[in-house]
Design a protein around this ligand. Structure first.
Ligand SMILES: NC(=O)c1ccc[n+]([C@@H]2O[C@H](COP(=O)([O-])OP(=O)(O)OC[C@H]3O[C@@H](n4cnc5c(N)ncnc54)[C@H](OP(=O)(O)O)[C@@H]3O)[C@@H](O)[C@H]2O)c1
Length: 267
């Protein structure tokens, strides 16, 4: 791989994605940020350029929309960029009783957290395989380890990300391409607002949240070392171990207790 890489980070306009972008930029790599809000993207670009002598390109893309991933891939290709490192970070959750939740939000969540991630791995993974090098970082979660009452679709989407990434890491290893899944616990970003967690979710009260900067440092190191799976933080390591030994029935009620029932319904 050439010394200076071009790194595509979905959801790179804030939170963990922007902190990951900073890690890669500090190491001298060019950055491509993709997110849906143009203003936030431009702010992120300006903040990255302060103190880093790298190129930062922005692509405004709604990746929760049908064919959003393919449109982004085509736009990046048309602009003449080759992606050496793909970071599938964009994602959101929703805190609600599933049957009372907004259907469109669930569908967009699945498109962003699963379909878009999978499609970008398919498109860029094929290019990386042909080249014989490349790295992929998929942001999973400790939600990947267990069913999550009141955030059922989100937890299931992250279980997909972890399982899919591990399988892909084995398939692509022989072609010189690494795939890393990063599992992390509560982190202070806009995630809680996007997931509507203010209406009673107790997870962030029960588990002390970490900073996105700390998460990004772990993610950067893990992807550069080509780790297949990396757990960030003691609560994540503990949960990963505990679910291996605890009865499944206990696990799903434990998660119910961590999340707590929403105080009001969506409808
Ligand atoms: N924070 C946590 O506690 C936590 C814990 C475990 C895992 N994670 C995972 O970490 C990842 C990053 O989340 P975060 O905590 O940094 O949340 P965040 O602060 O809400 O950031 C989410 C990023 O995704 C982008 N995004 C959202 N919808 C999008 C869409 N339709 N199209 C394109 N981009 C979109 C957002 O930008 P725009 O709004 O401008 O589009 C933003 O840049 C997610 O995959 C999340 O599931 C977070």
């Amino acid at each position: 791989m050439k010394h200076k890489s071009t790194v595509l980070i979905t959801g790179g306009s804030g939170g963990i994605g922007l902190c990951l972008a900073r890690e890669f930029a500090n190491a001298g790599n060019d950055i491509i940020l993709a997110a849906s809000n143009a203003e936030r993207l431009e702010k992120a670009r300006t903040s990255l350029l302060e103190g880093c002598n790298v190129n930062v390109y922005c692509f405004v893309s709604d990746l929760a929309a049908h064919e959003g991933a393919e449109r982004l891939y085509n736009d990046i290709k048309a602009a003449g960029h080759t992606v050496d490192i793909l970071v599938n970070n964009a994602g959101f959750g929703d805190y609600a009783e599933f049957v009372d939740s907004d259907w469109e939000k669930q569908e967009r969540m699945v498109t962003l957290n699963i379909t878009c991630l999978m499609h970008l791995c398919h498109l860029y993974g094929a290019e990386m395989k042909k080249r014989g090098n490349g790295r992929i970082l998929n942001i999973a979660s400790c939600a990947a380890f267990a069913p999550g009452p009141y955030m059922a679709v989100y937890y299931a989407s992250k279980a997909f990300v972890l399982s899919f990434s591990e399988a892909l890491s084995v398939e692509l290893k022989e072609y010189g391409v690494s795939v890393t899944a990063l599992c992390l616990g509560p982190t202070t970003t806009n995630f809680t607002n996007a997931a509507d967690m203010k209406k009673g979710c107790t997870m962030f009260k029960k588990i002390k949240p970490d900073t996105p900067e700390a998460v990004a440092k772990t993610g950067y190191k893990a992807v550069m070392r080509g780790r297949a799976v990396k757990y960030h933080g003691a609560p994540t390591v503990f949960t990963a171990l505990a679910v291996r030994f605890a009865p499944r029935a206990l696990v799903r009620y434990f998660t119910k207790g961590i999340n707590s029932k929403p105080e009001t319904e969506n409808k």
